[in-house]
Ligand binder design. Structure first.
Ligand code: PMP
Length: 431
C-alpha cells in the first residue's frame, strides 16, 4: 500500500527522536471543524489540535479568507526594515491584550525562539545569565529553551548556556509527598526552597524566573493556587523578572481568561506566545515591559519572522477568540470533560490522576498491579481512543499521561463524544 511506503520513507529520513504516535502511524490528508481525515478515509475527532496549534480547528473560513486576501497582494514576506500595516495592527492587539502595562512586542516564528528571546532580553536587562525555572518544565527545542526545560530527559543532556536552577512549583504538586499537602502547605514548602536557591545556589544575581501556568508537556499540571503570589514578593525584592511561557496556555486554553497567568493574580514582566496564535500558521513572540524589550538596543535584528500570512492569520484568530469568547467556551467544555473524567475513570485501577484547567487536561495512567506510573498503559489508551475515533496526545514526565488539548472551539456535543470515547478506551484497557 502507498501508505506503508510513505511510512517507511518517513522513518528513513527523520531521526528516531522525532517519533510518530501509534503502532500504525497516522497519515493525515485533511481536516474540517474539529475533525481530521486519514489516508484510509477514517475521520477522527481531534483532541490534540496539531500540538495545541490549531486552536480554532480546521478549514476556518475567516482565517482562510484573510490569508487568501494577503496572498493576492503578491507579498508573503516583508522585510522587518519596512513598515507593514498588518504587523502594526497585530502588535497593537497583542500589546493591549497582554495585560502588561506599557508593553512592546517582538515576533518570532516559533515558541522556542520566543523563549530564547525572552531569556536573552532578561539576561541583557539584568546583566546576568542566571535564571530560575520550575522542575519538570518544558520550554522548547532551541538551545536556550532546552536549557531551561526541567524535564529530566532534557536536563540529562547538560545543555546550559544559561546558569539554570530548577525549583519546585510545577508537576511536583501532583507527585510524591507533595501530593498530600494542601495548596497553602505546598506553597509554603516551595517558597522555602525558592528562598534557599536564590540565597545559596546562585553566586550572582538572578535575571529571571520562567514558568508555565499549567505545565503542559509534564502532563496538564496547573500551578498550585497562591504559588506565584507567594513567589512574587521574593522575586521583586531580588528584581528577578517574571516570564510567563504561554505557548500552550495562551489565547484562552486554560478557560475564563486569555492568559494562564491571569488565574494567579500576578502580572509577568514578559509573556511568551506561540503555537495557537496563528491558528496553525507559525508565529510566536514576546510581549512585555518596554523597558525590558528595549534593553536589546545597539543591534539590528532582522529575523525571518512576522510574515504577513501568519500575521493576518493571527489577527483573525485573536478576533475570533474574543468575539466568540473562546476562553468561556474552554472553561465550560473543559469543566464538562474534567468532571466527566473524574466521575467516570478516576476510580479505575489504571488511572492514577485526572487533572487540568480549561481545555488542557491530562489523564495519568498506572500499572494496575503495582500502581506505578505506566507509559505502556498510556499508549494503549491512546491506541484504543484512535479505534474509537478520537485522537489524543501523550505527555507526562515519563510519558505516562494521555494529553487532551482539543481546539478551543470544541462544542459540548463534541466534548461528550470525546468523553465517551475515552471512558470506553479506559474500560477496555483496564479489562
Ligand atoms: N513552551 C511551551 C510551554 C511549549 O509547550 C512548547 C512546545 N511544546 C514550546 C515552548 C516550544 O514551542 P515551539 O514548538 O513552537 O518551538
Amino acid at each position: 500500500m502507498a501508505d506503508d511506503d510513505l511510512i517507511r520513507r518517513h522513518q528513513a529520513c527523520f531521526p528516531p527522536w522525532i517519533p510518530t504516535f501509534y503502532e500504525r502511524p497516522l497519515v493525515i490528508t485533511g481536516g474540517d471543524g474539529r475533525r481530521l481525515t486519514d489516508a484510509e478515509g477514517h475521520s477522527y475527532l481531534d483532541f490534540y489540535s496539531g500540538v495545541a496549534t490549531s486552536i480554532l480547528g480546521y478549514r476556518v473560513p475567516e482565517v482562510w479568507d484573510a490569508v487568501a486576501k494577503q496572498l493576492r497582494t503578491g507579498v508573503v514576506h516583508i522585510s522587518p526594515y519596512y513598515i507593514d500595516e498588518t504587523r502594526v495592527v497585530l502588535a497593537e492587539k497583542i500589546a493591549e491584550l497582554s495585560g502588561i502595562p506599557d508593553a512592546k512586542v517582538v515576533f518570532t516564528l516559533t515558541g522556542s525562539e520566543a523563549v530564547d528571546l525572552a531569556l536573552s532580553l532578561a539576561a541583557l536587562h539584568r546583566r546576568s545569565n542566571q535564571v530560575l525555572a520550575l522542575r519538570h518544565a518544558f520550554h522548547g527545542t532551541s538551545y536556550g529553551a532546552m536549557a531551561v526545560t526541567g524535564d529530566r530527559r532534557w536536563v540529562g543532556m547538560g545543555l546550559a548556556p544559561f546558569h539554570v536552577s530548577h525549583v519546585r512549583g510545577g508537576y511536583d504538586r501532583y507527585h510524591g509527598v507533595y501530593r498530600e499537602l494542601d495548596d497553602a502547605a505546598y506553597t509554603e514548602a516551595c517558597t522555602r526552597d525558592l528562598t534557599e536557591v536564590i540565597g545559596v545556589s546562585t553566586a550572582d544575581r538572578v535575571a529571571a524566573m520562567i514558568f508555565e501556568p499549567v505545565q503542559g508537556v509534564a502532563g496538564g499540571a496547573p500551578l498550585a493556587a497562591g504559588l506565584l503570589r507567594a513567589y512574587q514578593p521574593i522575586l521583586r525584592q531580588e528584581e528577578i523578572l517574571l516570564i510567563s511561557d504561554e505557548v500552550q496556555t495562551g489565547w484562552g486554553r486554560t478557560g475564563r481568561h486569555l492568559w494562564g497567568y491571569q488565574h494567579h493574580d500576578v502580572v509577568p514582566d514578559l509573556l511568551v506566545f506561540g503555537k495557537g496564535t496563528g491558528a496553525g500558521f507559525p508565529i510566536g513572540g514576546v510581549v512585555g515591559r518596554a523597558e525590558v524589550l528595549e534593553s536589546m538596543s545597539g543591534i539590528r535584528m532582522s529575523a525571518t519572522s512576522g510574515d504577513p500570512l501568519s500575521v493576518v492569520a493571527a489577527s483573525v484568530t485573536i478576533d475570533y477568540v474574543r468575539s466568540r469568547d473562546l476562553p468561556a467556551n474552554a472553561d465550560r467544555v473543559g469543566s464538562l470533560l474534567l468532571e466527566g473524567l473524574r466521575r467516570e475513570v478516576l476510580g479505575s485501577a489504571i488511572v492514577a490522576d485526572v487533572r487540568g484547567q480549561g481545555l488542557m487536561i491530562a489523564i495519568e495512567l498506572a500499572d494496575p498491579a503495582t500502581g506505578d506510573l505506566a507509559s505502556e498503559v498510556a499508549v494503549r489508551v491512546q491506541e484504543t481512543c484512535r479505534r474509537n475515533g478520537l485522537l489524543v496526545g501523550l505527555g507526562g514526565t515519563e510519558e505516562q499521561c494521555v494529553s487532551l488539548l482539543p481546539p478551543l472551539t470544541l462544542t459540548e456535543a463534541e466534548g461528550r463524544e470525546g468523553l465517551a470515547a475515552i471512558v470506553s478506551a479506559v474500560r477496555s484497557v483496564e479489562h
